[in-house]
Design a protein around this ligand. Structure first.
Ligand SMILES: [Zn+2]
Length: 152
């Protein structure tokens, strides 16, 4: 099974990138440690703080030192030796982390821009927030950006 993460409130953009890559990533916005410890059980905790809570059952804790989200992503991938699988890219909602599901084209009519509807034939939707995803230029650009980042 792929790695699962929980990230603290300082790392929202890193959380989005991990979701784009297909990793189950919780974004902990709260302030209370107890909730974090409970939600984070068995997950890899990515944090900017050195004041770590005691008694966690995290799989591992990684202190993220970089300021820029792309460098944060790169260093986390390197440190954990993650195997990036392009087939998992864009398999999760970047907003709520749910696994996306295929949705028939006719069901997205009126819910995506007309040019998108006429150009693309495969769509996914999020069972959590109903957001619709498709393999457009936006996804292609993000895919290139990630591969470029990891290539050197
Ligand atoms: Zn969603």
């Amino acid at each position: 099974m792929a790695e699962q993460f929980i990230v603290d409130r300082m790392l929202g953009r890193l959380a989005k990138w991990l979701r784009i890559l297909g990793y189950d990533t919780l974004y902990w916005r709260g302030n209370d440690w107890r909730g974090l410890l409970e939600k984070g059980r068995g997950r890899i905790f990515l944090t900017r703080t050195t004041k770590l809570p005691q008694g966690g059952n995290f799989q591992r804790v990684i202190l993220v030192r970089d300021d820029k989200p792309n460098l944060q992503l790169k260093s986390v991938i390197r440190e954990l030796g993650l195997k990036i699988d392009e087939h998992r890219f864009f398999s999760r909602c970047i907003i709520c982390d749910r696994q996306l599901e295929k949705i028939p084209k006719e069901e997205v009519k009126g819910r995506v821009p007309d040019f998108v509807f006429s150009t693309y034939s495969e769509f996914n939707s999020c069972p959590g927030c109903s957001r619709i995803y498709w393999k457009g230029t936006h996804q292609e650009n993000m895919r290139k950006k990630v591969l470029e980042l990891l290539s050197h």
